[in-house]
Write a protein that binds this ligand. Structure first.
Ligand code: 3H9
Length: 693
């Protein structure tokens, strides 16, 4: 006969089932280790330990996951008792066997709790990991110590310094799990956890097995080589290097000394600028799905998607949709172009499989949802039709006119334009409320950023639908308004303009790129120009005369285009490229730029790296503040999310607007005033600095 009793607290409850004590954490959304959860765990362990009827204890969670880590919401505040290291030590010290029941994602502090338990039962589809480095931290509650004891320093280092979530099914031989339950069924997990606990009791195997009492086996591990590797991969991030140092320093220590070293490093990192920036980045991403002006409509259901244009962009977008299980109808102008487009999509899936992004079976299932046609009529039943054709406003107007006659009245129309005026396109069709911008970034199947562009008449329901689709595509979807370049490219233009100006003022090509990459940008701005083709932006700009107020405006690019140096494709741009594509300095570029500077009466001088970074960063800050003021973005953090995911801004610097806030209103005001005095109001306009409050 089964006897049961239960005590329910807010977030941690205890149920007694025969001689088992079952602790349940129920703290939505991800059972993070808030103060209440930590206190609840301590109380529950103490209570069950004191209860003579209880022989073994299970820690399990309700909801979508086992504990996903420390509560990030508490990170801005001073630590409160009970501290997590004390909680995990209390669990490990328990004199009855404690079993963790793992599903979902057991991350950071959650994984540390699991490692402090004496046994672990996990679903094979569950994931575990120490993602603290992604927040500029190292594990701070024994994670470095206990993980290293179980899996050895090599695997512990890989997991801790990469921050990756690792599937339990790939860790079957790691020694981390005592039972792996196939699949993803949490009821089955509960049942198997109970069976495992009962077996311990039946076999009188009640002596807790503590990881903290194990020794670290570092035999044959090359710490020196590992260090070089960690530093190389860290690319300026402090936390992975700190994690390495803690592991190396503590490998022979007992658990309590090791945890003391770990804790000290954890606390030092907790207040660091990098950690603050990374925590901000995490929040900024989550915030993109919560625009300040609430969207007052429900999303329409989208499953059949038409994509017009199978070039690089269109095929990348189609790949993205297929990978998210949408059905895609690709449209091209001719059967040859269609074949080529379908071929590109298939090649993307081949690459996905080759790079381990998905298995062959999943790729095949996705591709089974792809078809193509040269006939627009085949789009008649689509829920969403997205165009990725040539950037010509008249072509796009014609296209949407055709779509309004072919598609259902409720079909959502999306344009992937990067710069064109969506209001103008919308005004030319009979259903302007159905048109939205969905601006993907190239390669669209890889880049996480998606700008959802709300035009003047776009309906709330269409916005809700586009945002929902973005979420299904697993993109960082940011709602923006219409202006030239929307949020990201408008700022990118301003950034590029500043770099161009500095070139004319005498800053060296390689110096600019090196200064920016050393600061953390993924690529130098001029190497990017060479890659994308200097003529592309130049041709787009040449529809307008050079602005009278801005004599340096993209003149460096114009100079190079005149000299037929178009970038990598001509093996000559801001750099020279050899036949293997290797980049070299091009002294003639400096001469060409010097001549242009002379013609424009711009004096050349030397620059420091610091000045280069400052000018580029302040250009972004200034434009970002204007965008926010104009309402193109609804929250400053959206700009950061855009720059982190679309333009290679270093995540550990948080984004341009985070940088502005860190510098503070006064410092930003001073810098902008200086630049305004030097270059004029039109280039460095007044901005509303109260927006930084
Ligand atoms: C740590 O543990 C330090 C310790 O070593 C030492 C301490 C002493 N806290 O991403 P989603 C929220 S460091 C609070 O949309 P998904 C999130 O904001 C921590 N809240 O869902 C969102 O809220 P909202 C180590 C959290 O299914 C909601 O949950 N842990 C936390 O795509 C859903 O999130 C991490 O770094 C948290 N820790 O992904 C884990 N985590 O709905 C970071 C999430 O209001 N989290 N939320 O917007 C993740 O990687 C993903 O959120 C997760 C779920 C995989 C868990």
């Amino acid at each position: 006969m089964t006897t049961e009793s239960a005590i329910t607290h807010d977030v941690v409850s205890i149920k007694q089932q025969d001689n088992l004590g079952i602790i349940t954490i129920n703290y939505a959304p991800v059972n993070a280790l808030s103060q209440a959860v930590r206190q609840g765990l301590i109380n529950a362990i103490a209570r069950l330990e004191a209860d003579h009827a209880v022989k073994a204890i299970i820690i399990r969670c309700e909801g979508r996951t086992f504990i996903a880590g420390a509560d990030i919401k508490e990170f801005g505040q001073p630590p409160t008792q009970p501290y997590l290291p004390d909680v995990v030590n209390r669990i490990e010290a328990c004199n009855k066997p404690v079993i963790a029941s793992l599903f979902g994602t057991s991350l950071g502090g959650g994984f540390e709790v699991a490692l402090a338990c004496h046994y672990r039962v996990a679903l094979s589809k569950a994931k575990v990991g120490m993602p603290e480095v992604n927040l500029g931290l190292i594990p701070g509650a024994g994670g470095t110590q206990r993980l290293m004891r179980v899996v050895g320093p090599e695997q512990a280092l890989t997991m801790i310094t990469s921050g990756q979530h690792v599937s339990v099914s790939t860790l079957t031989r790691s020694g981390l799990f005592d039972v792996i339950v196939e699949g993803n069924d949490t009821q089955e997990l509960d049942a198997q956890s109970i069976i495992f606990a009962e077996q311990l009791i039946d076999n009188d195997n009640l002596e807790p097995r503590r990881i903290g009492e194990m020794l670290v086996n570092s035999d044959g591990f090359d710490w020196l080589a590992a260090k070089a590797n960690v530093i190389k991969r860290a690319r300026g991030k402090e936390a992975p290097v700190a994690a390495f140092e803690v592991l190396e320093q503590t490998q022979s220590m007992n658990i309590s000394d090791g945890m003391a070293v770990e804790r000290q490093r954890f606390l030092a990192l907790r207040g660091s600028p990098q950690s603050k920036a990374l925590i901000h980045a995490f929040g900024a991403e989550k915030q993109t799905s919560k625009p300040l002006k609430k969207i007052n409509a429900d999303a329409q259901k989208v499953s059949l998607v038409g994509i017009i244009g199978g070039g690089n962009m269109g095929s990348g977008i189609a790949t993205s949709f297929l990978a998210a299980n949408f059905t895609v109808q690709l449209i091209e102008q001719s059967s040859e172009a269609l074949e080529a487009g379908l071929g590109r999509i298939k090649a993307n899936f081949v690459s996905n499989v080759k790079r381990g992004r998905m298995g062959q079976q999943v790729a095949d299932t996705c591709l089974a949802n792809l078809s193509g046609s040269v006939d627009y009529q085949s789009l008649s039943e689509c829920d969403l039709v997205l165009e990725a054709v040539f950037e010509d406003i008249n072509v796009k107007k014609e296209l949407f006119k055709k779509l309004t006659s072919v598609c259902r009245p409720d079909t959502v129309f999306a344009t992937n334009t990067s710069y064109l005026d969506i209001n103008e396109i919308a005004a030319s069709i009979s259903r302007p409320e159905q048109l939205v911008g969905m601006h993907f970034f190239s390669p669209a199947n890889i880049m996480k950023l998606l700008e959802i562009v709300k035009a003047e008449h776009t309906s709330e329901q269409v916005i809700a639908t586009a945002m929902q689709v973005g979420k299904q595509l697993k993109k960082i979807s940011v709602l923006v308004g219409v202006c030239f370049g929307f949020a990201g490219n408008r700022m990118y233009t301003r950034y590029g303009r500043e770099v161009q100006q500095m070139l004319l003022e005498g800053a060296d090509v390689a110096q600019i790129d090196n200064a920016m990459t050393s600061w953390g940008m993924a690529m130098g701005p001029l190497a990017v120009q060479d890659l994308s083709g200097i003529d592309i932006g130049h041709n787009a700009r040449s529809a307008q005369p050079f602005p009278a107020h801005d004599k340096g405006y993209f003149r460096a690019a114009a100079t190079l285009v005149e000299a037929k140096r178009l970038g990598r494709k001509t093996q000559a741009g801001f750099y020279q490229y050899d036949e293997n594509g290797k980049k070299h300095a091009a002294p003639e570029v400096a001469e060409l730029l010097q001549q242009t500077a002379q013609k424009l009466a711009i004096n050349q001088r030397e620059f420091s790296d610091e000045e280069i970074v400052q000018r580029a960063l302040f250009a972004l800050i200034s434009e970002g503040l204007s965008l926010f003021k104009e309402g193109i973005v609804q929250q400053l953090s959206d700009i950061d999310a855009i720059w982190l995911h679309g333009y290679g801004f270093p995540r550990y610097k948080g984004g341009p607007m985070f940088q502005a806030k860190q510098l503070g209103k006064t410092a930003v005001a001073e810098q902008l005033a200086q630049l305004r005095a030097q270059f004029g109001q039109q280039i460095w306009p007044d901005v509303d600095l109260t927006l930084l409050d």
